[in-house]
Design a protein around this ligand. Structure first.
Ligand code: SF4
Length: 320
């Protein structure tokens, strides 16, 4: 291998549990659980619906794009068991966004969908990036940081913001000092668009509640141009020094990942709740490493590509 690639998911996993990192990272075992993570499936569908709405616009609306995603994942075999129930929720959320949230007037004007930044003729939507980083190590001559911006937007005074969509049970207030992804996106955008002023990150949260379901509990929030009880946009301004310091942190962490002698061990904690390898981990505690390895190999498959296989099965509306 002549190059190493690091992603934010690597850094999060490495920070939380080195054992999970070693199973999932392409720098090590590079495996994904075949029991599809429902939250991942749900979030990917909402992302795809918004990607199409602000990008290719191949569907009439975001709801149709989501339905096409559902159908494609069913063919690909990556839809979770409870896909029908989750689809009703997602379609309700998207209908609310398009028909209510964007249409309602706040202080005499509709909410702003925000202007997508176009760079070298390409709208910056689901924009993949790959940036070379300087990490001294003995194995890989080239080390890259890879990621995907959900969308980059330009504000009314020409500044760029990296926009990230989140689906969440409850809104959280983003604190940049506890948000590695936001800091990394800011650093990456400054690197990729050096001619532009990059102002920060927009955290765009969609609550996982169906606004058309009368039984859904509502929070009490006075609607603003960026927020109501179901959808919240949070603008997080950042400073140059934040990007510089985050780059230093990133290089130190990646150096540890690339060290073949880095110790690998489980770290038990609340993050285990969302780990697909919990049963294997229990076997590691109760039996031995061989049984553990046999277990995680039996419930996983090679490569993250498994989760993107649905794209090949998308059916687009016929153009008459
Ligand atoms: S269950 Fe917890 S300790 Fe075990 S691999 Fe997953 S995150 Fe690590």
């Amino acid at each position: 291998m002549v190059e190493a690639i690091c992603r934010t998911s690597d850094r999060v996993a490495f920070g939380e549990c080195r054992l999970r990192w070693s199973i999932t990272s392409h720098l090590r075992e590079n495996r994904s659980s075949i029991s599809v993570n429902g939250a991942y499936w749900f979030g990917s569908g909402i992302h795809y619906a918004l990607e199409d709405k602000y990008g290719d616009k191949r569907f009439v609306n975001a709801q149709d794009a989501f339905q096409a995603y559902v159908d494609a994942t069913l063919i690909a075999g990556t839809a979770p068991e409870h896909y029908a129930e989750d689809s009703v929720l997602a379609l309700g959320m998207l209908r609310y966004y398009e028909d209510v949230w964007l249409e309602i007037e706040i202080d005499g004007a509709k909410r702003n969908e925000l202007e997508t930044f176009v760079f070298n003729g390409v709208p910056q939507i689901e924009q993949k990036f790959r940036i070379k980083i300087e990490v001294p190590n003995k194995i890989y001559p080239d080390v890259y940081y890879e990621g995907i911006f959900d969308r980059v937007i330009v504000d009314e005074i020409g500044r760029l913001w990296v926009l990230d969509y989140k689906t969440t049970q409850r809104f959280t207030k983003s604190d940049i000092y506890m948000n590695q992804q936001a800091l990394t996106y800011y650093w990456a955008a400054k690197h990729l668009y050096p001619e532009k002023k990059v102002a920060g990150v927009v955290w765009w949260q969609f609550a996982k509640r169906d606004p058309f379901d009368k039984d859904t509990r509502k929070q009490k929030i006075n609607p603003t141009k960026d927020e109501d009880e179901y959808i919240k946009r949070e603008w997080i301004p950042m400073k140059d020094i934040n990007a510089n310091n985050e780059y230093k942190n990133m290089c130190l962490q990646v150096r540890d990942m690339l060290n073949p002698n880095t110790s690998i061990y489980p770290s038990y904690g609340t993050h285990c709740r969302w780990c697909s390898f919990r049963t294997s981990c229990q076997i590691k505690l109760d039996k031995d490493d061989e049984a553990f390895r046999e277990s995680f190999l039996s419930i996983s498959t090679e490569s993250q590509a498994y989760f993107e296989s649905w794209r090949a099965f998308l059916q687009f509306p016929k153009i008459s």
